[in-house]
Design a protein around this ligand. Structure first.
Ligand code: GLN
Length: 240
């Protein structure tokens, strides 16, 4: 039987891919294979052409300079990303791209980088760097554990739900105890680490949503996540 394909679009891996974010792609492709699907990976960098159809979209973090580099191109593809988001395509955006999925990121130097506005969030560069291991808790996904390093601080619009509540660390900003944001199946988060190897429940959310949308049903054999569980335990007990 021919295996069913799932296409993963990775946004700007050349410029937006720090603190191990590429591990997210590895987890998604590996788990798809374990579940019996064929992952098809498309890298999208500045100037490339978007594919017509995608099943999962992921993007990582980067320095402010990396964000400035991709910014104009991102605005060009913004309307298509918004269409996919509206249609329920699952997406995971980490840190730098999380910020640019919002309305804007105003750098400390005063430059206002307009975002694609898929997430109802605003981000302001600050003098304070929020850095270290982070533990958060989410009703839908349980504990989400990772590592953050950002000086941008993000604030959610009135009707936007965070991804999680911070247990240890900072998250969106140093004040309100929220982490990440959600729009339909789009997840924005500050968590690197990378996030998916230690949080397979999030990887499976992206996979299940994509497979059900494309192939109608997702009922694979369970994966033994012993090593992921061990990594979670170690990460959970690390000092901030
Ligand atoms: N440059 C952004 C900030 O520091 C994003 C950093 C990141 O992606 N880790 O806020």
């Amino acid at each position: 039987m021919e295996k069913q394909a799932i296409t993963i679009l990775q946004l700007y891996p050349k410029d937006m891919n720090i603190y191990g974010d590429n591990g997210n792609l590895q987890v998604i492709t590996k788990r798809l294979k374990w579940y019996g699907y064929t992952p098809v990976v498309i890298e999208y960098n500045v100037g490339d052409t978007l594919p017509k159809k995608v099943d999962i979209v992921i993007g990582g973090g980067g320095q402010d300079s990396g964000q400035e580099k991709i910014h104009a191109d991102l605005l060009k593809i913004g309307p298509q990303l918004q269409k996919w988001a509206d249609q329920g395509v699952p997406m995971l955006m980490v840190c730098g791209l999380y910020q640019l999925f919002g309305h804007f990121f105003k750098t400390l130097a005063g430059k206002k980088l307009q975002g694609v506005g898929i997430l109802d969030i605003e981000t302001f560069g600050t003098n304070e760097r929020l850095i270290g291991n982070i533990i958060t808790q989410s009703a839908e996904f349980g504990d989400i554990i990772g590592y953050e390093n950002h000086s941008g601080q993000t604030h959610l619009g009135a009707n936007t739900l965070p991804l999680a509540t911070v247990v240890k660390g900072a998250g969106n900003n140093s004040a309100d105890g929220n982490e990440g944001a959600r729009y339909k199946n789009v997840i924005g988060t500050y968590l690197h680490g990378s996030i998916l190897p230690k949080n397979p429940q999030l990887a499976d959310f992206l996979i299940r949503t994509a497979v059900e949308k494309k192939h109608g049903e997702f009922s694979p054999d369970l994966i033994d996540d012993l090593f992921a569980d061990m990594a979670r335990e170690i990460a959970r007990n690390r000092p901030r």
